[in-house]
Design a protein around this ligand. Structure first.
Ligand code: NDP
Length: 243
């Protein structure tokens, strides 16, 4: 059995795939970056896992259903899915176009729903759905489409935990603050362009807010290992925001 990680060709998803490969077989989902996904597969296989790259756009429900069925067949079931694929298209809310809004919601929220819907029937009795959310979903930043998609992911997490908890499925989310990836570069550029000062009065021991992707991967590992965590939003933000 394996863990399916969406958006694992780079950034946080890649770190999650590489860390989980120490203990699990892994399916590395990607949309466009086939060469990068193949490189993740090669590095994960070095850790002794059976790993395969699986292409699907998480916005496409049929492609997602086929991918999840294929992975479950190949690995004889699923231990967990990590809904990590995500995008940002930041703009002043009054400038966000319909397509732009829909693209972010479709990727970050609906995509996670499609994956969870397809995966739950294949999950082992103590299987997990882990949704990679963001501090943006708990009120930590501007950027309406991204914040709405991630806040929606919190609702989805809790609803699925309520619905499938009695069947032994654990559903949790992880809400990181800034993480050093390409996506974060886009967020930082945007926040600087609008002179966002929401982070200025935060007290933290850290020299920088942005953590290494492996900090998030470590938290995914913790969530998967913990049998008592259910319906939680686990904050990993170095004290940038308390909940
Ligand atoms: P990156 O931009 O570095 O990587 C995004 C990944 O998602 C890529 O592997 C990309 O694959 C994949 N992806 C994008 N769209 C789709 C799609 N439609 N279908 C399938 N895969 C897709 O992002 P991060 O690693 O930074 O972010 C990962 C997750 O963590 C996101 O959900 C993000 O919101 C969240 N997060 C990130 C933070 C940060 O500061 N970086 C902070 C908090 C949360 P491909 O290249 O093949 O398109």
């Amino acid at each position: 059995m394996a863990v399916l990680v969406t958006g694992a060709s780079r950034g946080i998803g890649k770190a999650v795939a590489l860390r989980l490969a120490e203990q699990h077989d892994v399916a590395v989902n990607y949309r466009d970056s086939a060469d990068a996904a193949d490189e993740v597969v090669r590095r994960a296989e070095e850790k002794g896992a059976t790993v395969e790259a699986v292409r699907a756009d998480v916005r496409d429900s049929e492609a997602v259903a086929n991918m999840v069925d294929d992975v479950a067949r190949t690995f004889d079931g699923l231990d967990a899915v990590v809904n990590n694929a995500g995008i940002v298209r930041p703009d002043r809310a009054t400038d966000i176009g319909d397509e732009q809004w829909q693209n972010v919601l479709d990727t970050n929220l609906t995509g996670a729903f499609y994956v969870a819907r397809a995966a739950v029937p294949h999950l082992t009795p103590d299987g997990d759905v882990v949704n990679i959310s963001s501090i943006g979903g708990t009120g930590g930043t501007v950027d309406a489409s991204y914040a709405a998609s991630k806040a929606g992911l919190h609702g989805l997490t809790r609803a699925l935990a309520r619905e499938f908890g009695s069947e032994g499925v654990q559903v949790n989310a992880i809400a990181p603050g800034p993480v050093e990836t390409e996506l974060n570069d886009d967020i930082v550029s945007y926040l600087e362009s609008v002179d966002f000062r929401g982070h200025e009065n935060v007290d933290t021991h850290l020299p920088t807010y942005a953590c290494d992707p492996d900090e998030v991967a470590h938290t995914v590992e913790y969530v998967l290992e913990n049998d008592f965590l259910q319906g939680e939003i686990v904050n990993v933000n170095g004290g940038m925001q308390f909940r």
